[in-house]
Design a protein around this ligand. Structure first.
Ligand SMILES: *Cc1c(COP(=O)(O)O)cnc(C)c1O
Length: 361
């Protein structure tokens, strides 16, 4: 062992040494259906408008630290009432990190359901926060009695619920989520990363629940490359969380480009509508394949189960299609795969490749 590696393993925290880094595979040359990205580029005219703005952007200067103009546009699009504001993050992953850092008093617990977005648990580990995962029911529906019992027992300081859930795709019933918010003494964050594909939101209820914040990201809506997410909620919370934000966490170009895109929000929403139609078609096609069980989804991806998922995943990859293999992660996801809804052509290529794999394996 080199002296650097022995030194690193002596000095680093045990939890960090035990972690597996979040693995992002090389996707060059593949039909990329693994990361819930929007498959569409922007219309040509809009790209031209962005190019002109970027050409004259002051990238020699630090960005506006408060991102006032962008925040104003987000507030307008959301129609936030008085007393409510937004806090911007370098992707919503960064916001999860702020929340864990801010609420991690000694012995504090972060509670989530499982399987869900892996970053909740990973960030609890990064920050040394205790983590409790409540299993979903076998069909991935919310186990409300078990979740309420865990909240009473564990008294979590922070609860995350992805709405719709990733990687299962389903939208938990709004009244069940409301029961959880009411039962929790701690802060509940409803993570609406897939809002554009579902339509339901807890933003209208922010004023009703003092322990609720809603988190959204622009990533799944066609701006994954910008790295921008936000928390919406009461200024009483956001003013405090703001203290954790590093001064220039959102760069000049993301502020600028997201600002332009919010003025053309309708373009992104039209793309989301197209993706929803294609999701329905892909769901029907997967449902027609006897060797596959597909789960209903309100997001821009579909979860499905196939015997020997890893062989199917490898077979798809050999045929040039990259999806996400969930087998080997959470035990409830044994033999599960997740495919992002792409363009109609990409979806077709995926279905053809999947049928070939199932015939040969
Ligand atoms: C993708 C995803 C995010 C993270 O989005 P970024 O803004 O790209 O960091 C957060 N929550 C859920 C549930 C997601 O699926």
């Amino acid at each position: 062992m080199s002296s650097a590696s022995s030194l690193a393993s002596t000095l680093l925290r045990r939890e960090i040494l035990d972690l597996h880094a979040y693995h992002v595979p090389d996707s060059a040359g593949y039909i990329k259906l693994d990361a819930m990205e929007n498959p569409y580029l922007l219309p040509h005219a809009l790209r031209g408008e962005i190019a002109d703005m970027v050409a004259s952007a002051a990238i020699n200067r630090y960005p506006d630290p408060s991102a006032a103009s962008l925040k104003e546009k987000i507030r307008d699009v959301l129609g936030l009432p008085d007393g409510m504001d937004v806090l911007l993050g370098n992707g919503s992953d960064e916001l999860i990190q702020f929340l864990a850092m801010a609420l991690n008093k000694p012995g504090a617990t972060l509670l989530g359901v499982e399987p869900s977005f892996v970053m909740y648990k990973m960030i609890a580990t990064f920050t040394g926060m205790r983590y409790v995962g409540v299993p979903l029911a076998e069909d991935f529906s919310l186990d409300l009695p078990a979740t309420l019992a865990a909240i009473r027992r564990e008294q979590p300081a922070l609860v995350f619920l992805a709405y719709p859930n990733n990687p299962t795709g389903n939208l938990f019933p709004a009244d069940a989520v409301a029961r959880i918010i009411e039962a929790a003494q701690g802060l509940v964050v409803v993570d609406e990363a897939y809002y554009a594909f579902a339509g339901n939101s807890f933003i209208p209820r922010l004023a009703h629940y003092p322990n609720l914040l809603v988190m959204r990201t622009f990533s799944k809506l066609g701006m994954a490359g910008l790295r921008l997410g936000f928390l919406a909620g009461s200024t009483a919370w956001l003013e405090q969380l703001e203290k954790l934000r590093l001064p220039y966490n959102v760069g000049v170009l993301p502020q600028l480009v997201a600002g332009i895109l919010l003025e053309h929000h309708d373009v992104l929403l039209q793309q989301a509508e197209q993706i929803k139609r294609d999701r329905a078609a892909l769901y029907r096609q997967l449902g027609g394949i006897a060797a596959v069980r597909v789960y209903p989804s309100e997001a821009n991806f579909l979860l499905f189960r196939a015997a020997n998922a890893t062989e199917v995943f490898d077979g798809l990859k050999r045929r040039g299609v990259l999806i996400k293999n969930l087998h080997g992660g959470h035990p409830m996801l044994a033999d599960c795969l997740r495919v992002t809804v792409g363009t109609p052509e990409e979806n077709e290529r995926f279905i053809v490749a999947l049928q070939e794999c199932l015939r040969h394996e």
